[in-house]
Design a protein around this ligand. Structure first.
Ligand SMILES: Cc1cc2nc3c(=O)[nH]c(=O)nc-3n(C[C@H](O)[C@H](O)[C@H](O)COP(=O)(O)O)c2cc1C
Length: 393
């Protein structure tokens, strides 16, 4: 990100998480309840482990706001880890109990996790030192920051939603969902399935995986609606918005592929079925009869909804374990089991929403400039006037 910067800190079972969000304009009234709502959404979902019952995430502001309004200074957020109480002996930042820490030491790296590569890279004997930061617990900080970004986007009419598109093989062949389908879905349903007729089958599959000590992946689609034309740019590789979205969404733990629009389907057919015809209407202006491109062309938003699908691999911690090696004895040993989710797809959608919100906010700040919300809004009015008058202006 360029204008907006997010840094997070904190370990999964440490005292808590910090998010520092820099670059937000002054003068935005922050709705704390809306941030809490997003954090609740991240904790929801069938197939999650017991941790989600322990944590009831809440936030405290430590800087950047006064009387609920942004000051233009870094916004600092604190999310306490309630589970820290149970891990104090092992995870206290200053004093730990050596015997307890040794008992809970992670010695057999879990395939699919950062354990082995991180242990080698940072020269850690206890792979917990890697696990604790690589854990998806960190994404609570991203969701809190993303919830602030969404509040700025909302001032410009932008809305974001997501849902589970497929779970394992269920739903994989259905067409790319659009904004209307996402708006109609039940966000409170156990799996947040976009196609409700699939939810029962998905629930059964999660139960089956759990019984067998297995895990599941799938895909989530995120749509941003009412996105202004002209975010991102074709002029430089690292300004292209599709690339910036892909990086941000790929950074969601366990996401291994990111699709914009209907790219997978388009890649297997002829070009005449891959693009979105252009038309002009005196009343409405520029129009497209389809949105296969998913809202960006040449790395620039084109006024269509931005549609992103993230594909998540099955969760790496299997109750039945996977082949690994004990780093003390170098003997074969099944990977250690840490309390784990069977699937985290519904939550991954909420995190991907936050990442998309951060990228779009960054691009909006870049496009409009301004240090205060009022200045951004004035620039926005001027931009809209110019775009309406184009090409005669
Ligand atoms: C919301 C969420 C919850 C997750 N929960 C778990 C979990 O309980 N157990 C697990 O092994 N992996 C879980 N993951 C995935 C791991 O964090 C991830 O696979 C791991 O850190 C390695 O990173 P990578 O898959 O991106 O390479 C979760 C991911 C997300 C997005």
């Amino acid at each position: 990100m360029r204008r907006l910067q997010l840094t997070t800190a904190g370990e999964s079972h440490g005292p808590g998480l910090t998010a520092v969000l820099c670059g937000m304009p002054a003068g935005l009234q922050i709705d704390r309840a809306a941030i809490r709502h997003e954090l609740r959404r991240r904790q929801h979902g069938y197939g999650r482990g017991r941790r989600m019952q322990i944590e009831r995430d809440d936030i405290e502001f430590k800087g950047g706001l006064r009387g609920g309004e942004t000051l233009g200074s870094p916004i600092s957020i604190w999310i306490p880890n309630r589970d820290f109480e149970n891990w104090k002996d092992v995870m206290h930042p200053l004093e730990i109990d050596a015997d307890t820490a040794e008992q809970r030491r992670l010695r057999s790296p879990r395939p699919g996790h950062a354990d082995l590569a991180g242990g080698l890279k940072f020269a850690r004997r206890d792979l917990r030192d890697v696990l604790e930061r690589a854990s998806a617990r960190e994404t609570a900080a991203r969701v809190a920051a993303g919830a602030i970004a969404r509040q700025l986007l909302a001032r410009f009419g932008v809305e974001i939603a997501s849902g589970v598109r497929s779970l394992g093989p269920v739903g994989l062949d259905l067409p790319t969902p659009d904004w209307n389908q996402l708006s109609a879905m039940n966000d409170e349903s156990p799996l947040r399935a976009i196609f409700p007729e699939l939810e029962e089958q998905m629930l059964e599959l999660v139960d089956k995986a759990k019984q067998e000590g297995e895990t599941l992946g799938g895909s989530v689609t995120v749509v941003a609606h009412n996105v202004p034309v002209g975010l991102g740019s074709h002029v430089q590789w690292n300004e292209k918005l599709d690339g910036r979205i892909a990086q941000a969404v790929m950074s969601v733990p366990a996401v291994k592929a990111v699709e914009i629009g209907s790219a997978l389907k388009a890649s297997s057919g002829f070009g005449s079925h891959a693009h979105d015809p252009i038309a002009f209407d005196e009343e409405v202006g520029w129009q497209r009869s389809s949105n296969r491109a998913g809202g960006t062309e040449g790395g620039i938003t084109n006024g269509q909804d931005v549609v992103v699908t993230a594909y998540m691999k099955p969760i790496s911690t299997l109750a039945k374990g996977l082949p690994s090696v004990d780093i003390d004895t170098l003997e074969e040993r099944l990977s250690q089991y840490e309390r784990s989710d069977v699937t985290a797809l519904p939550a991954a959608g909420v995190i991907a929403e936050a990442m998309l919100a951060l990228v779009l906010t960054d691009a909006l700040l870049e496009k409009l400039g301004g240090d205060s919300l009022a200045e951004m809004e004035a620039h926005w009015e001027a931009t809209k006037r110019l775009q309406r008058a184009w090409p005669s202006s």
